[in-house]
Design a binder for this molecule. Structure first.
Ligand code: ADQ
Length: 504
């Protein structure tokens, strides 16, 4: 296999200076875990990512921008000439981005502009205003930062003889594929888009030159990858309609004359062993017991939601739907509760901090209206706490996922794996996960709050036998299609690209 060069915005580890010296923390999240599993098993892999802390930047500077070697068990540590470890290690190249550029790249273009366009979150009558400030942030932030990361990737590919598999991740780096292709014609390049890819009209919100540049950037790749065939088809439609290219919708290819680009779907999944292991831990058992003592008293049923506080997750409408359910079911008062475990996300972006306030207002309204005696209908906990989330996964009667749009939604795959109450998954038809799990979930339209209230009612009233059967089917599916399969599927296709591509 060719050497692998990975690029993602967040990396597998981040350093901090403490009084006792340099310490490192493992990067959070399923993606980091998944990619680490891949990178640790490859001798010649390197992971390019942004320096996230001052200590990261200092480590990068001490190594003159070259990759550093990090060992990952049990906790990450820098491997240098004085340390020798028998553990698997990973080469990580930390790219230090100028703070102002990074603010424009990340805080103005990637989040929120691209995120909002791709999740179709704008109310177009009033938003967005694409101003001179936006154009400036695109040119001096997004483009410049993409060029900086492309330089780093190119150096890594060239230092491996110019032939490598390049795995680019997500909406931060749409321009990198083309920039690498121009300087490394023999690289095999794939770009995985973790968020939805909407149809051509949604992209018309962006100025023509901006959206064309983004699309052309991706077309520098051999494979552009998504979670679902729906997003892959939308991408092909964009190439056809927005760039006038020759597209084969059936084969999933775009003909560029001298090259063909493939649009493919590889549904991401979870690390089944890791989730099950955490679910069996004492930490989760203790949290589960507390949860049961407070929320599951008197044979109550529990509706659980676990999300980042992102407007795309549709948390406010979720409370409105729950309110409608309670309104229609006085018999459920005192017998049903909702627990929302919310990871505070991107609080430096105004839309996001306002969203947290709106969530809290909505939950308070529901509670003010219906609470009685010792019963509080809705409980909101805003914290990043994965063990608490897993404890809640074990206990839900209904898992409520009503996202407006979501690339995949890993919560809907994690939670059924460890649930102990034959819980039912209520799932938005606009999540990537819906494409796989539709036969076993209760479907909801994210805008139809009345429909969501009915779905909650149906799920809470479902017979034990049906609940059991549906949960078992989801669990079997996720076990069979876990994170290893996601990676293997992509590498198998890229290997075919390698086999068919003579050095260019
Ligand atoms: P996210 O938008 O972050 O991911 P999701 O796929 O649901 O959405 O993953 C969230 C992760 O964070 C899950 O592992 C979940 O357990 C965890 N989490 C959520 N709330 C938490 C809390 N309160 N405390 C601790 N952990 C919490 C993006 C895309 C998705 C896509 C993934 C992977 O938006 O559509 O599925 O990347 O590609």
């Amino acid at each position: 296999m060719l050497p692998v060069v990975l690029l993602s915005h967040r990396g597998p580890a981040s350093f901090r200076r403490t009084p006792s010296g340099l310490t490192a923390k493992r990067g959070a999240g399923g993606l980091v875990t998944a990619l680490m599993g891949l990178a640790e098993h490859l001798d010649e892999a390197v992971w390019v990512c942004a320096a996230a802390t001052e200590a990261d930047a200092a480590v990068a500077a001490e190594h003159e921008g070259h990759p550093v070697e990090i060992a990952f068990a049990p906790e990450p540590q820098l491997v240098d000439a004085d340390t020798s470890v028998d553990l698997p290690t990973l080469n990580v190249r930390l790219v230090d981005v100028d703070r102002d550029r990074h603010d424009m790249f990340y805080g103005q273009i990637a989040n929120p502009l691209l995120w909002f366009v791709q999740h179709e979150l704008y109310g177009l009558a009033t938003q967005p205003d694409v101003t001179a400030v936006t154009h400036h942030a695109f040119a001096e932030g997004y483009v410049a930062v993409n060029e900086q990361f492309a330089d780093a990737v190119v150096e890594e590919v060239q230092s491996r003889g110019g032939r490598a598999i390049v795995l680019l991740q997500d909406y931060h780096f749409y321009l990198v594929g083309d920039l690498v292709r121009r300087r490394c014609p023999d690289a095999i390049i794939s770009h995985f888009v973790h968020i939805p890819w909407p149809g051509p009209d949604a992209w018309r919100v962006l100025p023509t030159d901006m959206r064309e540049r983004l699309l052309r950037g991706l077309l520098g790749c051999d494979v552009v990858a998504f979670h679902t065939t729906r997003f892959a088809r939308n991408f092909l439609a964009c190439a056809q309609e927005l760039l006038g290219l020759d597209v084969d919708l059936h084969a999933g290819t775009i003909d560029l004359g001298d090259r063909t680009v493939m649009a493919r779907a590889y549904p991401i999944s979870v690390d089944v062993d890791a989730v099950e292991k955490l679910a069996a831990s004492e930490e989760v058992a203790a949290r589960r017991a507390t949860l049961a003592d407070t929320l599951l008293v008197d044979d109550r049923q529990l509706v659980v939601r676990v999300d980042r506080t992102d407007p795309s997750k549709n948390i406010v409408r979720g409370f409105r739907a729950y309110e409608l359910y309670l309104e229609a079911h006085p018999d459920a008062h005192g017998r049903v509760g909702m627990l929302a475990l919310l990871d505070p996300s991107r609080q430096d972006i105004p839309e996001y901090s306002e969203y947290v306030a709106a969530i809290q207002r909505e939950a308070r309204r529901v509670n003010d209206r219906f609470q009685r005696g010792g019963w509080m209908p809705a409980e909101v906990r805003v914290e990043d706490n994965f063990p608490a989330a897993v404890a809640a996964y074990k206990q839900f009667d209904v898992l409520f996922v009503n996202a407006i749009f979501d690339g995949m939604n890993l919560v809907s795959k994690e939670a059924p794996l460890v649930n102990e109450r034959d819980g039912v998954v209520v799932l938005s038809e606009n999540t990537g996960a819906y494409e796989e799990l539709q036969d076993w979930v209760v479907r909801v339209n994210p805008f139809d709050v009345a429909g969501q209230a009915e779905a909650l009612s149906r799920a809470l009233a479902m017979s034990q036998a049906e609940r059991h059967e549906r949960l078992a089917a989801i669990r079997a599916h996720v076990r069979e299609h876990d994170i290893a399969g996601w990676i293997e599927g992509q590498l198998a296709d890229l290997d075919r690209c390698v086999a068919s591509a003579a050095p260019r």
